[in-house]
Write a protein that binds this ligand. Structure first.
Ligand SMILES: Cc1cc2nc3c(=O)[nH]c(=O)nc-3n(C[C@H](O)[C@H](O)[C@H](O)COP(=O)(O)O)c2cc1C
Length: 276
């Protein structure tokens, strides 16, 4: 088996397709198959031009209607960085990252253009929020692919949205601009591991959506993960107790049993978005 096949079978299970030679021969698909988030970094600083060039590559990503609604804030100032880390305590691993960026959705420019050109902005509805968020997500993913292709490690950080208003104030984000995710970046200190995914039978559909065998597929996935990558601890065991078989589905059900970011909708509305 080629390195890409090994990685895909580890990630998706033994039924994962074998990659055709076209994919097997190229370097990038194998890198993608092997990718993982990194949360531990060497102290080596990152060259400023490298980070800025990676941002340029990220912004080469496609953008809805060429509206170019992703902006990136590179946190360079040590004081600013310390303040940002203080806003999201409980994520100590982030401190080891020599670089930290914030990917923002910017629907402001489009509205400014409409105003400057004397045109009505006739699309003040949920789609404006959605498109800008998506552009930021695509740019974030593109940044990661570019960074990982030269051996850097990254981890996206949506934890910054636990405190959206504080982050917005710190970064001076105006109306219709908001932080979608942070990104910790550096040279990985550890190898990390491939994180297993749901089998493709669950997430890959042909012609129409189908979830007929979902419960069995999730059960099998829980068992596969428990065997190869068991969770190191059980979430909120003080509330839910210790489960005998603690799999992905139990972890995610526990995670979402508690409210989180309940104020995000209000924050986005206060940013000027009409979410209807
Ligand atoms: C939008 C987004 C936000 C994320 N936010 C966080 C975060 O706040 N903290 C964290 O430790 N990991 C975060 N992650 C990383 C995910 O936990 C990780 O991608 C997932 O567990 C799968 O692992 P892998 O990336 O190694 O395949 C985030 C990932 C994405 C795509």
């Amino acid at each position: 088996m080629s390195p890409i096949d090994d990685a895909l079978k580890l990630r998706f299970g033994p039924e994962a397709p074998s990659a055709p030679a076209l994919l097997g021969q190229a370097e990038f698909p194998a890198q993608l198959a092997n990718r993982r988030s990194h949360r531990s970094f060497k102290p080596d600083p990152l060259d400023r031009e490298l980070v800025r060039s990676l941002c340029a590559l990220a912004l080469c990503a496609p953008a809805k209607s060429d509206l170019q609604q992703c902006d990136i804030v590179i946190i360079e100032d040590a004081d600013q960085r310390a303040k940002l880390m203080e806003i999201i305590p409980g994520n100590a691993w982030m401190n080891s990252a020599p670089a930290f960026l914030v990917f923002c959705a910017n629907n402001r420019r489009q509205r400014q253009l409409s105003e400057w050109r004397g045109r009505r902005f006739a699309n003040d509805h949920l789609d404006a929020f959605f498109n800008a968020s998506l552009d930021a997500g695509i740019a974030l993913a593109t940044f990661m692919m570019a960074a990982e292709s030269v051996g850097l490690g990254c981890c996206p950080v949506s934890a910054i949205r636990n405190e959206s208003q504080k982050v917005s104030d710190l970064l001076a984000l105006p109306t219709h601009v908001f932080a979608v995710a942070g990104l910790a970046l550096g040279w990985p200190a550890k190898e990390g591991q491939i994180s297993m995914r749901l089998p493709l039978e669950t997430t890959l559909h042909t012609d129409r959506f189908c979830e007929d065998a979902l419960a069995e597929q999730i059960g099998a996935y829980d068992a596969r993960r428990a065997e190869h990558q068991p969770f190191s601890s059980q979430r909120n065991a003080e509330i839910f107790g210790e489960a005998e078989l603690y799999g992905w589905s139990e972890d995610k059900a526990r995670q979402y049993s508690r409210p989180d970011r309940e104020d995000f909708g209000n924050f986005i509305r206060a940013k000027g978005f009409n979410l209807s």
